[in-house]
Design a binder for this molecule. Structure first.
Ligand code: PEP
Ligand code: MN
Length: 248
């Protein structure tokens, strides 16, 4: 269970969101300090200051942290602050980046490119594995579609299809796949039912003030309800989950 705001915005905001997702049972705290934005005029992330905030907050709540790396020149600095390196959809075929990351032994969250086939995703994983880093987790985050009603098309069949071809774990990201908070719960549960090994969700306590991906952010109380359902379903399909005191 990976959760947190799209971007690091301030230590106060990170603290409030981390406290909420930790209480809801999230295992790993996520947030971006280097944001790959479609427009160069959009908020690009806080950089190293953001990494420091994420690290401090993760330590405070005893949560490992994952953050996106967009530039092979930043491997050292991002690896210094983060427990897991995220390769975003836009960089899934940045082979220089993948090769550099493969030379570390950090776990990698490798997101499927928005127009990438499952074989493309596997080959990108191979770029990391072939450098000696075996710690790759793939992530289905939706592929480009034709219908603006959803941000992307959530390819739920990609989960079992990927598993049929690879021993690597694969998780789902219904936030970027759908772009809509109301569609996140059903798609998260569909992903778990299809065999996903984890769920990555963006959570924000004040989406209207978020500096990126506000419209798709799930509010903390909605995340808490969903997290409970995810754990119940995950156990039903034979997965191990975090146990929460007092929960069935
Ligand atoms: C993100 O996780 O905030 C992100 C940019 O995701 P993606 O690379 O899947 O678009
Ligand atoms: Mn995002």
């Amino acid at each position: 269970m990976i959760a947190g705001p799209c971007a690091v915005e301030s230590s106060e905001r990170m603290d409030a969101i981390a406290s909420a997702v930790k209480a809801a049972g999230a295992d790993i705290l996520r947030s971006g300090a280097y944001k790959p934005r479609t427009s160069p005029y959009s908020f690009q992330g806080m950089g190293e200051d953001g990494l420091k905030i994420l690290r401090e907050t993760g330590d405070k709540y005893a949560m490992p942290v994952v953050t996106e790396i967009t530039d092979p020149r930043n491997v050292e600095i991002v690896a210094k602050y983060s427990d897991m390196l995220q390769v975003g959809a836009r960089n899934m075929q940045n082979f220089v980046l993948l090769t550099e990351i493969g030379q570390t032994r950090k776990p990698v969250l490798l997101k499927r490119g928005m127009s990438a086939t499952i074989n493309d995703l596997l080959m990108s994983a191979e770029y990391i594995l072939s450098q000696g880093n075996p710690n790759v987790v793939a992530c289905e985050r939706g592929v480009k579609g034709f219908d603006p009603i959803t941000r992307n098309i959530f390819d739920v069949a990609a989960v079992p299809a990927f598993k049929a071809l690879s021993h690597l774990p694969i998780i789902v990201d219904p936030s970027h796949a759908t772009g809509r908070p109301d569609l996140i719960p059903p798609c998260a549960l569909a992903g778990v039912a299809a065999g996903a090994d984890g769920v990555h969700i963006e959570v924000h306590n004040c989406p209207e003030e978020a500096l990126s991906d506000g419209p798709q952010a799930l509010l903390p109380d909605k995340y808490a309800d969903l997290a409970k359902q995810i754990r119940q379903l995950a156990r039903l399909v034979g997965k191990q989950t975090t146990t929460i005191a007092g929960e069935e």
